[in-house]
Design a protein around this ligand. Sequence first.
Ligand SMILES: [Fe+2]
Ligand SMILES: [Fe+2]
Length: 275
Amino acid sequence: MINIAHLSDIHITKGNLLHNVINTTAIFETLMNELSLAEREIDLLVISGDLADSGSLISYEILGEILDRSKKHFGCEVMLVPGNHDAREPFRRQFFAGNKTTFPTGRLDYAIRVKNWQFIGLDTLDEGHDYGNLLPTQIDWLQERLADESCLGSILVMHHPPVDSPTDGMSKIGLQDKDRFRDLLIGSNVKLILAGHYHHFLCADFPPAKVLVASATAYQIDPLSAPGKLRGYQGSAFNLIKVSDDADFFVTQVHRSHPDSPPVLNSTLEKLGIY
Ligand SMILES: [Fe+2]
Ligand SMILES: [Fe+2]
């Protein structure tokens, strides 16, 4: 069994409020503190892109500090991939400078092994565009990685989901060439695809895998947005995922309407009469 905390779309700013109202740094810090206090076992912490809102080095430094504390607390591995709001060079400088990770594809793709699962981070950022894509070098590299049969299976982490959103606006800026990506995975050992970008939860079949899109910690996109429109609202969420050695998965969403406000119920099971 492996336990994963899957967060996405943190959108750390340089110090200003996102959309003039959202303190994305305070929200992320609050959620990470709550996760630490919850005494859950976490083997891997995933953030599937848009770590920063505008790709500034200072926002990666701020996020890196908070992340280091959580990593130390859980003694867990961390996997980070960039999203369309990130900038590749400062991202690499903050999170990969000085370690031995090599990037043979020209983008920040890499694989790690956690509890005998192969986690493959795919960098779908095409700088200057909101949609995402994969280069031919990345496809070749991914196929090489998927030939590794010494693991329980592979779990992909990527910012742009390979499936549509219920909103046409977000679907238009998902992964390009979804059909080609779907064909690529047929017959592979990929069991799960963890993505972000849509700012709302989504779970979908993607044979032989399932796609799990974590919502954003920054703010939520309303899946009920009218065609041709996108509506966003305050609120934060992330996923806790358990995957058995047979690849059965269990996902639950942690949600906060207003992360800075106190809980309306905070009592012991004994006081609540629950035994
Ligand atoms: Fe985002
Ligand atoms: Fe995004």
